[in-house]
Design a protein around this ligand. Structure first.
Ligand SMILES: CCCCC/C=C\CCC/C=C/CC(=O)SCCNC(=O)CCNC(=O)[C@H](O)C(C)(C)COP(=O)(O)OP(=O)(O)OC[C@H]1O[C@@H](n2cnc3c(N)ncnc32)[C@H](O)[C@@H]1OP(=O)(O)O
Length: 248
């Protein structure tokens, strides 16, 4: 039925490095241009981890030019996923904080494996950073304003039952059924004529995407000013050190 699977593979935690973002955009573009494909299942090849989100090492201790290049790549992937003409289904087979969660929120449907360790949410505030307005918009469009307001301020990571309750995911299924469920949901979405579904998706999503498109450069400048602050760099270093020391 013309369904591709994109399996994220950047061990150990599928962090969204510049290279991963770039490759993801290229793969998506190829699939968009190949008319034999109508849908994509986005999933992970790293056991227990869907994606650890943006790669913190790309946002810490690097040059301004690097930050700008990285942020443009983050914007690009979000825009491509959010406005994709393909049916995108996230088969979430692991934990998905921050950018990992955002990636799944750009999909048309989310199936999450029922494992209490597989938390998801936009936890940026817990790192001492702030989810940009388009991250916030994506969450609001999914779970509504009040739930998003509380989740964003507290940096909440929702376990599967809670994620389902607030509407962050559409289905929670046993771990060994995530892929088959994604496939049967895909069949349902592909039963709808493409042109009607695509125009409807665009109608729902374009106003949100346009807000970023109209101010992409300003958004990059804002990111540069924010991420270069000493206090933000310090927060990121402390957070990364904590992650590294966990093992020791
Ligand atoms: C007003 C508007 C202002 C605008 C400002 C603009 C922008 C700022 C906002 C930027 C947005 C950022 C969004 C993000 O996505 S930030 C990333 C958030 N991610 C996380 O908090 C997850 C952190 N990771 C974990 O919690 C865990 O690693 C885990 C995913 C649960 C997996 O746990 P485990 O299996 O136990 O693995 P380890 O913790 O031991 O990690 C292994 C290894 O990987 C490194 N690592 C983990 N996460 C990341 C990451 N996101 N980026 C880079 N590296 C990561 C970890 O340090 C370990 O490294 P070592 O092997 O070297 O020790």
């Amino acid at each position: 039925m013309g369904v591709a699977v994109i399996k994220l593979k950047n061990p150990p935690v599928n962090s969204l490095s510049l290279e991963v973002l770039t490759e993801f955009v290229i793969s998506l573009e190829k699939l968009e241009n190949d008319k034999t494909f109508r849908g994509v299942i986005v999933t992970s090849d790293c056991p227990g981890i869907f994606s650890a989100g943006l790669d913190l090492t790309e946002m810490c201790g690097k040059s301004q030019a690097h930050y700008a290049e990285y942020w443009r790549a983050v914007q690009e992937l979000w825009l491509r996923l959010y406005l994709s003409n393909l049916v995108l289904i996230a088969a979430i087979n692991g934990v998905s904080p921050a950018g990992g969660c955002l990636m799944s929120l750009t999909c048309d449907y989310r199936v999450l494996a029922d494992n209490p360790k597989y938390n998801m949410g936009l936890n940026e505030t817990l790192l001492g950073i702030v989810a940009p307005s388009w991250f916030k918009d994506t969450l609001v469009n999914t779970v509504g304003h009040r739930t998003a307001e509380r989740a964003l301020q507290l940096g909440l990571l929702f376990p599967p039952a809670e994620a389902l309750r607030v509407g962050m995911v559409d289905q929670v299924v046993p771990e060994d059924q995530v892929h088959s469920t994604a496939l049967s949901v895909m069949a349902q979405w592909l039963a709808v004529p493409d042109h009607a579904r695509q125009l409807t998706k665009n109608l729902m999503r374009k106003p949100t995407a346009d807000r970023l498109v109209k101010q992409r450069d300003a958004d990059i400048q804002y990111f540069l000013r924010f991420i270069s602050r000493d206090s933000i760099q310090k927060s990121l270093r402390v957070y990364l050190d904590k992650l590294r020391q966990k093992k020791g």
